[in-house]
Each structure stands twice: as C-alpha cells, then as structure tokens.
Design a protein around this ligand. Structure first.
Ligand code: DQA
Length: 143
C-alpha cells in the first residue's frame, strides 16, 4: 500500500483553540482521525505529523523521497510565506506535494498572499477547513 505523508507546520498543534473564528473548532487529533479514515477508504496509508520547526519539515520532505511516498500533503502554516528552504526541498524530492490551508490566505493579510510552497506544489487547496485535507488525499489517490 502506498503512503501519503501529511505534514503540518507551526502552531497547528493548537488547532481547536487557536483563533477558532479563522481555523474552526476541529483539533489536529480530530483531523488526523478523519485523514486515517479517508486513507482506508482510498487504499492509502497515511503518515500524519506536526512540527513547529522549519528544518524538521525539510527533513520529513527528504524522508518522503526515501520512503517513495505517493505524495506529500503539506500545510506549512506560516513557513508557507517565508521558506525558500521548503520550496527547494519540494523541488528536490521528486514526490508530488499538495499544498493545503485551512483558511484562505488570499483573503487575509497581504503578507499571506505569497506562497513559496505553492511555487513547487502540484495543487493548492485552501479555505476549505479540514475538508481540504480529505480533498487533497482524494487527489493524491489519483497520482
Ligand atoms: C494556514 C495559513 C497560514 O497563513 C498561517 O500562518 C497558518 C495556517 C492555514 O492552514 O490556514 O498558520 O496555513
């Protein structure tokens, strides 16, 4: 069975209590459970992780390459808008990366409009809350 890595960046461990008017009430644990259910339905193993550290995300992208993952679903959170290191990693690994955001950064502050992750991603899903992760998994199943 192919594996899809679902990688979450800084502050997403606080989902459920973090700015719920923007990010909703679903916790990261709830979202992880939904992703595992969707993975079972789609015949994909889901490896779901969260870190607050940029370099750890880079290491995990490299690991996705070594593991020959089917795809990576990446919510790099604030690093989306700052990290050339993540863009370089995405370009380096040869594994398709699907960018997801719970909110729609295009509708928010201007500093969120630039996405380095999006420059390397095969698809971007934003503003769909946790459902966006499930849509990303459905897309991963077609890759
Ligand atoms: C986010 C959007 C980012 O701009 C923000 O820094 C986040 C979460 C989202 O999922 O909507 O931390 O990636």
């Amino acid at each position: 069975m192919d594996t899809v890595f679902i990688l979450n960046g800084p502050n997403l461990n606080l989902l459920g209590t973090r700015e719920p008017d923007i990010y909703g009430h679903e916790t990261l644990t709830d979202l992880e459970a939904r992703c595992h259910e969707a993975g079972e339905r789609l015949g994909l193993a889901v490896d779901f992780r969260q870190t607050n550290h940029e370099g750890v995300l880079v290491d995990w992208l490299h690991e996705a390459r070594e593991a020959k993952a089917r795809a990576v679903i990446l919510n790099a959170a604030a690093y989306t808008h700052t990290s050339i290191a993540l863009l370089d990693a995405i370009k380096a690994i040869g594994v398709p990366v699907i960018e997801v955001h719970l909110s729609d950064p295009r509708q928010r502050e201007e500093f969120r409009h630039l996405s380095y992750v999006g420059m390397g991603a095969v698809q971007t899903i934003q503003g769909r809350g946790g459902d966006g992760y499930i849509e990303a998994l459905e897309h991963a199943a077609t890759l």
